[in-house]
Design a protein around this ligand. Structure first.
Ligand code: GDP
Ligand code: MG
Length: 737
């Protein structure tokens, strides 16, 4: 006969431990006290097959904190005596509450079997529980029983023996407690492990948690073993405690408890529990959830809320964005007037000021967007959105939480990928997060919209609204398919089951919202700002150097001088005074035409221009000429640049044209453009490399430039393949007109 197995019965008070204990051991039991305390300890023996099992009935507790003697006794017993298996008795009629203790056993990494007791009571209350599903989601065997009648107890013992024989100690589960606490834990664990602080007895993460929960027993023990390391841990704990008090007005214990309940709720929401009739004992949060995650109402409410967030962000930030633009324009004018013409002035205006404007121009959007998200997040609604969308996203290898970044980036046309990339932080699986980050730039951000409007207006004006809608749909479909592709190739790996917390709803505090918003905005400015300034100057240099050779410059200067010399002096004077006199206006236009030609020649001559021209040998497969190429290269700086560059390029083709002839009409009239080319260019612009601010954000968020470069390469190649396919097929079908 083998060694006797040691099992312990644990659970909430009144879950049925004693009833089960009596059923198992009958008269073979012994009642004593735990050493030093007046807590009753019952030990008994039972036989199952050839196995002898020693059973201990632990005191009932709701938790494993250090608040009561019972809790201390229970957890000391578990870590010191190390029973082979702990049978966690869970009241099926009160599942959510009872599983709270279960999560704590799991965090301690204790070998567990759940006895789902009181199945008869649950049944009579109209609650049915899918125990297989519960078991699969928790990763713990679950056996339904009725302790009073003994139903299911045999199967329970089979399972216990089986579990004991595998003799595995499960890894502690890793719950998340929100970014503040997670960061603190991540800082504490290495300290604990470095000094082997109590790690013989407890998992290191658990020790960190207990210190955060201000657990006196653990803090005492740790301080006695190593006061120096403990001091460091306590300092981290104190800092995050102050921070949480400030932002959420809650102690870490409360936040931790909320997240454990969130974890449980998210599991129960996945078809584990079905309630056939509604009692009056539903909590307020559950009552709200019945409406908000309702199968039909839920999505409608979601669309309304998201639309609200969207309008809020982009409408209200608009004034600030315009205000900032005015400030930067004024700064540019100031420099323009105070510095002599030359490379320094050009660099300060086009490199530094425009670059800074590019960075800071996003700040209002980021601030408003993150404020809106903080409201949704702090109130608990965001988790519900993710919950509802998870099924669709799961199919594409993403997670319910990917929805928000997609929408922010332009899922409703007009967003911005910069805050979108930053919003992927709510995703916890690194691969799902990467896949989301790499595909959100496919959405139609606000900067792409004017280009889309221009091309659609020029070539498909009869169906403008329809094409805009199609463009939005296409961006979603392509993004999801690309995500699926990435998840099947470079980012291959399991999808995380939906174990996001569904925390109880609460009213966000203004202070918490302001702090959250500010933290994220400041992070953006700090992280993106430095790099962006450098790249902005680099792009300026690429579009400026090498400059036109002397003889060409002299040629343009001579043209201007000739024009002025040929004009009557009073007309020249009128022009300098900005007079609207017709001949003066004509002269100004002629001068501008020369300037524009010079600018274009300079652009052609510059590094960016040469790239555009060199690319023509490849890009002609998609129907792009060199002028389009230069605009697309410039579009890498910011998609807004595409229009201005196209404007410069196409204002020159036919010199004699009337000035009022708009870019749109010019493109429509140009022999190298037709609906097929337009569609091809349009598609390319929608999907090619993200603007460099987004790229920098991807590098920052992914923690390496590798992914940022991947994003540039992958998107551009992908967009090009699409564009070539469209152009070639369109031309074959003779749609090019
Ligand atoms: P303990 O506090 O965990 O030791 O719980 P007890 O074993 O004392 O049980 C609390 C109450 O629940 C007692 O009145 C039991 O008779 C009752 N009880 C225990 N198991 C079941 C069960 O499976 N079904 C029903 N209907 N009652 C049960
Ligand atoms: Mg009891």
């Amino acid at each position: 006969m083998s060694e006797p197995l040691n099992i312990a019965l644990a659970g909430n008070p009144n879950a049925g431990k004693t009833t089960l204990f009596n059923h198992l051991t009958g008269a073979r039991q012994h009642v004593g006290n735990y050493p030093g305390v007046t807590v009753e300890k019952k030990v008994g023996i039972c036989h199952h097959g050839e196995h002898e099992i020693r059973v201990v009935d632990l005191p009932g507790t709701y938790s494993l904190t250090a608040y009561s003697v019972e809790e201390l006794v229970a957890r000391d017993f578990l870590v010191n005596e190390k029973p082979d298996v702990v049978v966690d008795i869970v009241d099926a009629s009160n599942l959510e509450r009872n599983l709270y203790l279960t999560t704590q056993f799991m965090e301690l990494g204790i070998p567990l079997v759940i006895a789902l007791n009181m199945m008869d009571v649950a049944e009579s209350r109209g609650i049915s529980i899918d125990s297989k599903r519960l078991s699969a989601l928790l990763g713990v065997p679950v056996v339904p029983i009725i302790a009073r009648s003994g139903e299911g107890v045999d199967l329970l013992l089979d399972t216990v023996v089986q579990e004991a024989e595998t003799a595995r100690r499960p890894d502690p589960i890793l719950l998340r407690y929100g970014s503040d606490l997670d960061e603190a834990i991540a800082a504490m664990v290495p300290v604990i492990e470095e000094h082997h602080l109590l790690t013989d007895t407890y998992p290191s993460r658990w020790i960190a948690l207990k210190i955060l929960e201000n657990d006196e027993q653990i803090i005492d023990k740790a301080t006695r073993v190593n006061p120096e390391a403990s001091g460091r841990l306590l300092a981290i704990s104190e800092e995050v405690t102050n921070h949480l008090m400030h932002t959420l007005d809650a102690y870490p214990e409360a936040v931790i408890a909320d997240h454990r309940y969130g974890f449980i709720k998210s599991i129960l929401h996945q078809g584990v529990i079905t309630i056939r009739f509604v009692g009056d004992r539903l909590y307020t949060s559950d009552r709200i959830d019945r409406i908000v995650t309702h199968r039909l109402l839920g999505p409608l409410i979601m669309v309304a809320v998201l639309y609200g967030l969207y309008t809020f962000t982009f409408n209200y930030s608009g004034t600030m964005v315009d205000g900032l633009a005015t400030v930067f324009a004024a700064m540019g004018d100031m420099v323009d007037q105070s510095l002599p013409d030359g490379p320094l002035k050009s660099m300060i205006i086009s490199g530094v000021i425009d670059g800074m404007g590019g960075v800071l121009g996003f700040v209002p959007i980021i601030m408003f967007m993150f404020f809106g998200i903080a409201v949704l997040e702090d109130s608990g609604y965001l988790a519900r959105v993710a919950f509802m969308m998870d099924r669709i996203f799961h199919f594409f290898g993403l997670h319910g939480s990917s929805v928000m970044p997609f929408i922010i980036s332009g899922g409703i046309a007009g967003g911005c990928a910069v805050p979108g990339v930053m919003a992927t932080r709510t995703l916890r699986s690194p691969k799902e997060r990467m896949a989301t980050m790499l595909t959100v730039p496919f959405m139609n951000c606000g900067a792409k919209l004017p280009v889309l409007t221009l091309l659609i207006g020029a070539f498909f004006s009869a169906h403008q609204a329809r094409y805009m809608f199609l463009a939005t749909m296409a961006s979603w479909i392509i993004a999801l398919l690309a995500a699926k592709f990435l998840r099947l190739t470079v980012l291959r790996g399991e999808s995380t089951p939906f174990v996001m917390e569904l925390p109880p709803y609460r009213f966000p505090t203004i202070r918490g919202l302001v702090i959250h918003t500010w933290e994220r905005t400041w992070q953006y400015i700090k992280k993106a700002g430095t790099v962006i300034l450098g790249i902005s100057i680099l792009l300026w240099a690429m579009m400026t150097y090498p400059g036109l050779p002397e003889d060409q410059l002299a040629g343009f200067a001579a043209e201007r001088a000739q024009l002025l010399a040929a004009s009557a002096p009073e007309v020249v004077a009128a022009m300098h005074q900005g007079d609207g006199e017709p001949r003066a206006a004509e002269l100004a236009a002629a001068l501008e035409e020369i300037n524009a030609r010079q600018a274009m020649a300079a652009l052609r001559h510059s590094a960016a221009g040469r790239i555009g021209i060199a690319l023509e040998s490849v890009s002609h497969f998609a129907g792009f000429d060199w002028r389009t190429n230069i605009a697309l290269v410039g579009g890498f700086a910011a998609k807004e640049v595409i229009i201005s560059t196209l404007g410069t390029a196409y204002s020159l083709g036919n010199v004699s044209t009337d000035k009022t002839f708009s870019l749109r009409e010019r493109l429509a009239a140009d022999p190298r453009w037709n609906p097929v080319v337009a569609l091809s260019v349009l598609t390319f612009i929608m999907f090619y490399a993200p603007c460099f601010v987004t790229i920098v954000c991807i590098a920052r968020e992914a923690g390496s430039w590798k992914w940022a470069f991947f994003s540039m390469g992958f998107n551009t190649l992908f967009a090009f393949v699409l564009a070539v396919a469209i152009y070639q097929i369109g031309m074959l079908l003779g749609l090019g007109g």
